[in-house]
Design a protein around this ligand. Structure first.
Ligand SMILES: *[C@@H]1O[C@H](CO)[C@@H](O)[C@H](O)[C@H]1NC(C)=O
Ligand SMILES: *[C@@H]1O[C@H](CO)[C@@H](O)[C@H](O)[C@H]1NC(C)=O
Ligand SMILES: *[C@@H]1O[C@H](CO)[C@@H](O)[C@H](O)[C@H]1NC(C)=O
Ligand SMILES: *[C@@H]1O[C@H](CO)[C@@H](O)[C@H](O)[C@H]1NC(C)=O
Ligand SMILES: *[C@@H]1O[C@H](CO)[C@@H](O)[C@H](O)[C@H]1NC(C)=O
Ligand SMILES: *[C@@H]1O[C@H](CO)[C@@H](O)[C@H](O)[C@H]1NC(C)=O
Ligand SMILES: CC(=O)N[C@H]1CO[C@H](CO)[C@@H](O)[C@@H]1O
Length: 453
């Protein structure tokens, strides 16, 4: 009996996928588009370690080489038809835009198209072939394990999304979604979803409270409860992600993780968009980052990482539509912040909020034997991921006990949430405000680790 139970339960569980990360989308509809070097300088200054591009811009991919930054590239919608109709075109795309850049540029995922079902429905019939052709080209280059393939969808393809337990995908798209989920399942990839509580709030005609969209605390009587599951929802983001999990289970797919490829809030709008304000944008994005990096997961899948890319790095002044369309960015094109996120205590991401940013380093003149012992402890019983210190990895050089123990001490300190006593190591370590990162060896903030997809 117990054996049978296991047999049925195993395929149903989403494996714990490590810690969630926050990344940033880089759109380029900008009249004064910063050059690749400026973009990379901004990413480094802000400790942004994951980015998503809407294409595979050669110059930017080159500038991202040897930075340690993880890059998701995209097949733009206007190239999708060609790629979905010809495996040779797909293979060429992968050769030119991926193989030419790895491993110097750490490409970790490929988005095939963007919101194809809702913005380019005539390409829907070839979407899964495009995904398969791109994947086959990666397999041929032996890159399929390190580079995941998926396609970002608008959350508007989920219908009846509250209560989340009743959600399902618009059945029109089942002939696309079912083979796509089979692909994602068999390749260990994830469902990519764009989640915009701003629009859900705006379109709800007052049904959704602003606080619920902004992750602000709600009075208990305002909390949304799913009457089927009795799960409590304290914010729209979680409700939408759970609606996607439930919509997948409606199609009998229960072990595919979700990555949010876009989420954000505009900082400015026209007179019909009164909630597009700097305050709301700052509140939403700060709370979103905290929520994601806390690895809270969602009510349906607590603790399961939902890595998220913020939309977006720069304001895109050339975008058409309402004023808000041009104002989703964290930065102006000149690199000035639109606002400074309230992120103290959330790790070293977005270094602009540096007030309380601290690192743990080796004391000068510490005894090398004590350092070695402390290093061994940190990488062993201390459970620090010391793999970046191995030969060929970014923090191997300089290969000495002082540099290596500094990396390990800091990783332990961040892992312990900078708790008092976690930067001591029998007196050989000390706290500093200077970031010890060097070259492509980036010292982790507490939460910035790799996760599944
Ligand atoms: C494309 O598919 C054809 C037929 O299945 C196969 O013979 C060919 O090798 C494939 N080409 C590439 C570049 O994968
Ligand atoms: C489902 O998708 C089809 C095709 O885009 C669309 O015409 C239809 O309105 C959608 N259904 C709902 C309920 O949104
Ligand atoms: C899901 O599985 C159930 C139980 O095996 C089955 O009745 C149902 O038809 C399946 N649904 C789909 C969409 O395959
Ligand atoms: C962080 O996660 C813990 C449980 O893992 C939870 O109790 C807490 O409310 C979360 N905090 C935020 C800000 O989400
Ligand atoms: C920095 O930390 C100190 C001590 O924990 C705290 O009092 C202060 O409010 C923090 N500063 C900010 C900007 O959060
Ligand atoms: C590339 O990124 C992956 C995922 O974060 C990581 O495991 C790997 O070590 C990185 N490779 C390099 C060369 O930095
Ligand atoms: C508000 C603020 O401190 N902005 C700074 C953020 O970091 C960039 C790059 O280091 C600076 O240019 C900004 O002045």
């Amino acid at each position: 009996m117990a054996v049978l139970l296991l047999f049925f339960m195993l395929p149903l569980s989403i494996s714990a996928s490590g810690d969630a990360f926050i990344g940033v989308n880089i759109g380029s509809d900008i009249s004064d588009m910063p050059g690749p070097t400026e973009i990379v300088a901004l990413l480094k200054a802000q400790s942004i370690q994951h980015v998503r591009l809407y294409d595979a811009d050669q110059a930017l991919l080159l500038a991202l080489a040897n930075t340690g930054i993880r890059v998701t590239v995209s097949v733009p919608n206007d190239q999708l038809l060609g790629i979905g109709q010809s495996n040779a075109t797909a293979a060429n795309w992968v050769t030119r835009n991926v193989i030419a850049h790895v491993p110097a540029t750490n490409i970790t995922a490929i988005c095939v198209g963007s919101e194809v079902l809702t913005t380019l429905p005539n390409a829907a019939p070839i979407l899964v072939s495009a995904i398969n052709f791109i994947h086959s080209a990666l397999v041929a280059a032996n890159l399929d394990r390190q580079i995941k393939v998926s396609s970002p969808h608008s959350s508007s393809i989920i219908l009846d999304s509250f209560p989340p337990s009743q959600a399902f995908f618009n059945r029109t798209w089942n002939p696309v979604m079912v083979p796509m989920f089979k692909f994602l399942q068999s390749t260990g990839s994830c469902l990519m979803l764009n989640v915009y509580p701003y629009y859900d709030y705006q379109q709800s005609n007052g049904v959704i409270p602003l606080d619920y969209a902004l992750f602000r605390p709600l009075p208990p009587n305002k909390e949304a409860v799913d009457s089927n599951t009795l799960l409590h929802y304290t914010n729209v983001f979680d409700a939408v992600v759970d609606a996607a999990y439930f919509a997948m289970s409606d199609l009998n797919f229960t072990n595919i993780p979700i990555m949010v490829t876009e989420s954000g809030w505009p900082s400015k709008g026209d007179s019909s968009e009164p909630d597009a304000t700097v305050d709301n944008a700052n509140t939403y994005n700060s709370n979103l980052i905290r929520h994601v990096l806390n690895n809270t997961g969602t009510p349906k899948h607590p603790g399961i990482a939902v890595s998220t890319f913020i939309y977006e790095l720069y304001n895109e002044d050339l975008r058409s539509g309402p004023v808000s369309e041009k104002n989703w960015g964290l930065f102006y094109a000149n690199g000035e912040p639109v606002y400074t996120l309230h992120l103290t205590g959330a790790g070293i991401l977005f270094a602009n909020d540096t007030t309380n940013q601290t690192f743990c380093v080796t004391k000068s003149n510490a005894d090398p034997k004590m350092l070695q012992a402390a290093l061994d402890w940190a990488c062993g019983p201390g459970k620090v991921d010391c793999s970046p210190l191995l030969q060929g990895q970014p923090c191997y050089e300089p290969d000495n006990v002082v540099a290596h123990s500094t990396y390990a001490f800091n990783a332990y300190y961040q892992k312990m949430d900078k708790s008092p006593g976690s930067c001591d190591f029998k007196g050989v370590a000390t706290v500093t405000t200077t970031d010890p990162s060097h070259g492509s060896c980036i010292f982790p903030g507490r939460y910035d680790f790799w996760s599944l997809c």
